[in-house]
Structure formats: structure tokens, C-alpha cells
Design a protein around this ligand. Structure first.
Ligand code: NAD
Ligand code: UGA
Length: 481
């Protein structure tokens, strides 16, 4: 039996719900898309006339919003109405790691998913396909089905019924529009073939059929966690190798290039950096760890937990290097932080390596001047759990023994600075005129590049000292044997 789809609802207007529905709306102009959220401020930003004020920064997103918003794409807080109208409902809410109770620190907090399922049970009409878009622990579909089937049995309304499908999202922030436009695959897990076909028909508007995979629902849920775990594992692997490069005289860029040529390994995701961030890698691996522990698979749990532990260790390693290079003390020294987002081309700072590294440096008494082209100071304040203080104009604060931070609007900030620490690979950092900057810095000054974006020759010619991640050239005379 063919299922007809006219109206789509997405619960959750975040980094996934917003861009995903915008792409679908642009590709399926005859269907109506209602994106709803309980966060009024977020919805107001999605509806802002000024497209530079959208809550999510993604290259290409503004153009798509301009084409679709208030035509067949609507952002609102009216959850009840959007659910009532919908033939398909995507649940795209946040699933962070639990902070207390059973499984705290590892398992996902499903309270937002559960609340969404309850809303669907309350307001839906007729037959509805409910789609897990959020990343969820394996067998969450069962929880959603239980809530929905008790609504089916108790409903005093017209007859209601549901099918639950898993359709995880694989977009990466910063390239969301590109990833959505041309996905490697679209994964649909479920039991009812007709419902799976109905969902796949939405994607077929622009995704070639051979890229749409059907699996059972648990494989789909597990494939999403596994995909993120494998990607994160590659970064922990190459970051651990960067530390070996630094002490042996090898160069991590050369090692990456050499291993990446092996088609079984592949060349992507081999850039050593300050440690992976983002809202998902850590949480999804910990989710896998929790699952393995729950089923008594201790060795499996330990294996994956180590990927997160190496990442924590690696971030600490970067803070220690800064301190070491500045003669073992950074108290009252000015250090520029170039980039606070967890990667370039996003305003997202969730789990950014910059958070823990900046905290460490502030604890050591440093005065940080933080610059990021897309992150606002309020976000940094909330991440560091510390208000900014005026470092440049207020002489008293320089006498202050405690460390602190100040937000900078542009890159005119190098006066009397002891070091610049590059944490995000923003394009504009590649164009800094180091020769000009060097004249302003407190000598001997250091450039600490955790993203390998500077040209070492330029730095040297500018009379600056350089520490480059995974660069062992300083240690090429090491005597091992
Ligand atoms: P987010 O925090 O940016 O957005 C989630 C939104 O859901 C919030 O705006 C919140 O207010 C809203 N919400 C929560 N409960 C609600 C309810 N009951 N009714 C209506 N709205 C509600 O999160 P995100 O980054 O978009 O991630 C969402 C999910 O997608 C997570 O499971 C995440 O793991 C997964 N995911 C994220 C990415 C990414 O790049 N961010 C990529 C793939 C998958
Ligand atoms: C990641 C995955 O790439 C997406 O497929 C997935 O959908 C998403 O998580 C999710 O489930 O949330 P995202 O976290 O947005 O996407 O960004 P990535 O490009 O994966 O980068 C994650 C972190 O790894 C960043 O801090 C980045 O700087 C770092 N990274 C990435 C490296 O240090 N080196 C690399 O070679 C690649």
C-alpha cells in the first residue's frame, strides 16, 4: 500500500533539524515542512529577516532559507499544530550525555526524545511515520514504540497508528549543506517496508537510489554510533602519532600522507589537531561504551573509552606545551587564542578543544585574548564559566595574579603578546602577516600551531619561534639506540 506524504514536521530546530529540513524543503517544493522547537528565541532567530542572524552558521544555508522560508518551510513553536498536520515526524532533538542518575557520564539522556514521543502520541492524527533523526542508543526505537502504542490503545480520538523508523543524520557542521546536497548514503532502518519506501521517496527527490540503504532498525541505530566512533578513533590515532613524531624527528603530515595513500586506510580524517570536539563524537562513543558495559563486554568498552581518553590527554598536552615554551610560566603573560569553535566554518563551540585548553591556561595565570570570527563572547563566557575582564585598557588587571580572558573583535591584538595559539583552522588565520605582527609581539615570541595552517618559512623569516603539531624537526638528532 502506497503511503501519501503531504506534510512533514520536525521536532527540534537545532544544527540538524534546521539545515536538514531546509534542504528537504528546497528539494521537495510541493510538500509542507514545519520545524518546531520549544526554544522561542531559537525559533525567532530562524525567522529573523536578517539572514546573518540565523541561529546556525553554515555556508550556503542563508541562500536556501531565502528560497524556502515561509513558502513551504515554516519555523514555529506550535508543536501541537505541526504534529497534528504531519504525515511524517522527524525527532531531531538533543541527546546529550546524562549528567546524573543511572549511566551518568556515559549513557544518553533521552528525556527530550521521550518528551517528543509523548507529544506525538498526544497530538498526532491518523497514521503517522515517526523518524528517529537524533543519534540514539541502540533499541531506543523500542522506547518510542512503547509510548506510541500505549497512545494507540488508549486513544479516545479518531483511530491513530504509527511506524517508527531510524534515519540517522551524517552531516558534519561547517559542511552541512554540501553533505546534505550530496550525502555518501541515506540510511533507513525499520520493519515496515511501505513506511521505509515513503521516507525514501522524500530523499529520492535529489539522492540517487543506490545511495539509499535499507536495514533493520537496530543496525541503523548502531551504524550511526559506529560511524562516529570510527571517525573519532582515526583522530585519536593520528594525534597519538603526532606525539611520537615530535620526539623522534618524524613529521605527522608526512606520515598522514604516506598512510593515506593506502586505499584501505584512505586519506581523509588524518589531520592531527588540538583534539576532536563537537557535540557528538565524545557523547556517541561514551554511549557505545555504556552499551558494551551494560552487556558485560568489558574489553570492548575499554577499547572505545580509550579513544576519548587519548583525546583528553592530547588536549592537556597542548596546554602543557604552551607553558613549557614560555619558560615554564605564563602567569600574567598575554596569549592570543586564534579560534574558539570546535572546527572552522561553524559557530558551534560544544566540546571544543579550546574550552579545556583555555581553562588550563587561565588556571596558570595567563591573560587570554580570544578571537573567533563566528563565536560570540557570551558563548565563550558560558563555556569557560568565567566573565571576561578588560586586559588591555585596565592596568590593574595586568597586575592581577589571576588569569583571565578578553574577547577581541579583530586581529589587531598582537601588542606585547608572548604567544599566539592557533586552535581553529579558520581561513583568515592563513593570511596573517607574521612579519608585521612580529614587530608588536613581546620577544622571544611563539606561534603555537595546533592545526598546521601556518607556513613555517614565513614564521621563521619573521623572527618568531614556531611549534607545529607533530613536527619532530627540532628533535631530529635524538639518540634512541
Ligand atoms: P541542538 O541542541 O542544536 O538542537 C536540538 C533542539 O531540540 C533544541 O533547539 C531544543 O530546544 C529542541 N528540543 C528539545 N526538546 C524538544 C521538545 N520536546 N520539543 C521541541 N523541541 C525540543 O542539537 P543538534 O546538534 O541539532 O543535534 C540533534 C541530534 O542530532 C542529536 O542527537 C545529535 O547527536 C544528532 N546529530 C547532530 C549532528 C551535528 O552536527 N550537530 C550531526 C548528526 C547528528
Ligand atoms: C561529525 C561527523 O563527521 C559527522 O558525520 C556526524 O554526522 C557528526 O559528527 C555528528 O553525528 O554530530 P562534526 O562533529 O560536525 O561531524 O565535525 P567533524 O568534521 O567530524 O569534526 C569533528 C572534530 O574532529 C573537530 O573538532 C575537527 O576539528 C576534528 N578533526 C576532524 C580533526 O582534528 N582532524 C581531522 O582530520 C578531522
Amino acid at each position: 500500500m502506497e503511503i501519501t506524504i503531504k506534510s512533514i514536521c520536525c521536532i527540534g530546530a537545532g544544527y540538524v533539524g534546521g539545515p536538514t529540513m531546509t534542504m528537504m524543503a528546497s528539494k521537495c517544493p510541493n510538500l509542507i515542512f514545519n520545524v518546531v522547537d520549544i526554544n522561542e528565541k531559537r525559533i525567532a532567530s530562524w525567522n529573523n529577516e536578517d539572514l546573518s542572524k540565523l541561529p546556525v552558521f553554515e555556508p550556503g544555508l542563508q541562500d536556501l532559507i531565502a528560497k524556502t522560508r515561509n513558502k513551504n518551510l515554516f519555523f514555529s513553536t506550535n508543536v501541537k499544530e505541526a504534529i497534528g498536520l504531519a504525515d511524517i515526524i522527524f525527532i531531531s532533538v538533543n541527546t546529550p550525555t546524562k549528567t546524573k542518575g543511572l549511566g551518568a557520564g556515559k549513557s544518553s539522556d533521552l528525556k527530550w526524545v521521550e518528551a517528543s514521543a509523548r507529544e506525538v502520541a498526544k497530538y498526532s492524527r491518523g497514521y503517522t511515520i515517526v523518524v528517529e533523526k537524533s543519534t540514539l542508543p541502540v533499541r531506543t526505537a523500542e522506547v518510542i514504540e512503547n509510548i506510541l502504542s500505549s497512545a494507540e490503545t488508549n486513544s479516545k480520538r479518531e483511530e491513530i497508528s504509527f511506524d517508527v523508523l531510524s534515519n540517522p543524520e551524517f552531516l558534519a557542521e561547517g559542511t552541512a549543506i554540501k553533505d546534505l546536497e550530496n550525502p555518501d548514503r541515506v540510511l533507513i532502518g525499520g520493519n515496515n517496508k511501505n513506511a521505509m519506501i515513503a521516507l525514501s521517496n522524500l530523499y529520492k527527490a535529489w539522492v540517487p537510489e543506490e545511495k539509499i540503504l535499507f536495514t533493520n532498525i537496530w543496525s541503523s541505530e548502531l551504524a550511526k554510533l559506529t560511524s562516529n566512533a570510527f571517525l573519532a578513533q582515526r583522530i585519536s590515532s593520528i594525534n597519538s602519532i603526532s606525539a611520537i613524531c615530535e620526539v623522534t624527528g618524524a613529521d605527522v603530515r608526512e606520515v598522514s600522507r604516506a598512510i593515506g595513500k593506502d586505499s584501505r586506510i584512505g586519506s581523509q580524517f588524518l589531520d592531527s589537531g588540538p583534539g576532536f570536539g563537537g557535540s557528538c563524537f565524545k557523547k556517541d562513543i561514551l554511549n557505545l561504551v555504556y552499551l558494551a558495559e551494560y552487556f558485560g563486554l568489558k574489553e570492548v568498552a575499554n577499547f572505545w573509552e580509550n579513544v576519548v581518553e587519548i583525546n583528553n590527554w592530547h588536549q592537556k598536552r597542548i596546554s602543557k606545551i604552551v607553558i613549557k615554551k614560555l619558560f615554564g610560566t605564563i602567569s600574567q603573560k598575554k596569549i592570543i587564542i586564534l579560534g574558539f569553535a570546535f572546527k572552522a566554518n561553524t559557530n558551534d563551540t560544544r566540546e571544543s578543544a579550546a574550552i579545556s585548553i583555555c581553562k588550563d591556561l587561565i588556571d596558570e595565570g595567563a591573560h587570554l585574548l580570544i578571537y573567533d570570527p563566528k563565536v560570540n563572547p557570551k558563548q565563550i563566557e558560558s563555556d569557560l564559566k568565567l566573565k571576561q575582564k578588560n586586559i588591555i585598557d585596565n592596568k590593574n588587571s595586568l597586575n592581577d595574579q589571576l588569569g583571565g580572558w578578553e574577547f577581541c573583535q579583530n586581529l589587531e591584538i598582537f601588542e606585547n603578546v608572548h604567544a599566539a595559539l592557533i586552535l581553529t583552522e579558520w581561513e583568515e588565520f592563513k593570511n596573517i602577516n607574521w612579519e608585521k605582527v612580529s614587530k608588536k609581539m613581546a620577544q622571544p615570541a611563539w606561534i603555537i600551531d595546533s592545526r598546521s595552517i601556518v607556513n613555517p618559512k614565513e614564521i621563521k623569516e619573521a623572527g618568531l619561534n614556531l611549534w607545529l603539531i607533530g613536527d619532530g624537526s627540532q628533535n631530529d638528532k635524538v639518540n634512541f639506540y
